[in-house]
Design a protein around this ligand. Structure first.
Ligand code: RP5
Length: 162
């Protein structure tokens, strides 16, 4: 089996219906990934261990999703040199604004690349872009994907003008 390049982690399996879009984006581009539940509040030692070992295990990017008091992405960013992409997961109350603010308001020196509330697909695509900097074949697939997006947008305009 190919070693995972991206670690997708989330605070609970209840986040998976949102987070699976990141996994699907990575699979679309053939990027090997792993997915797991790593809760900042319910298993803090394991969470720190995951972050501290991630780079040495060969991961290149971490995608971390959580809802509510969403401390997982920031805490992982505090213990790993890897880029961390945070996904605010919307819960029943507050529409994910709580998750967004918990993830995006990081102190200077500890960045988390935060995507939109529920934006797990973009998190996957951003991870692909990060990896493609050092992977020309992956960069070529990203260019083809972008060209396809452009063609679809043009087609929508053509349908409106018709
Ligand atoms: C957060 O609490 C998780 O990321 C999840 O979004 C939320 C609810 O978790 P469960 O109670 O569904 O396990 O830490």
């Amino acid at each position: 089996m190919t070693a995972p390049q991206v670690g997708i982690v989330m605070g609970s399996d209840s986040d998976w219906p949102v987070m699976k879009a990141a996994a699907e984006a990575l699979a679309d581009f053939g990027v090997p990934f792993e997915a797991d539940v790593v809760s900042a509040h319910r298993m803090p030692q394991e969470m720190i261990e995951y972050g501290m070992r991630a780079a040495d295990r060969g991961l290149r990017v971490i995608i971390a999703g959580a809802g509510g008091a969403a401390h997982l992405p920031g805490m992982l960013a505090s213990v790993t040199p890897l880029p961390v992409i945070g996904v605010p997961v919307p819960l029943k109350h507050l529409d994910g604004l709580d998750s967004l603010l918990s993830i995006v308001q990081m102190p200077a020196g500890v960045p988390v690349a935060t995507v939109a509330v529920g934006g797990a697909r973009n998190a996957g695509l951003l991870a692909v872009r990060i990896l493609s900097v050092a992977d020309p074949a992956l960069a070529e697939r990203m260019r083809a994907f972008q060209a396809d997006l452009k063609a679809q947008a043009h087609a929508k305009g053509e349908r409106l003008r018709a």
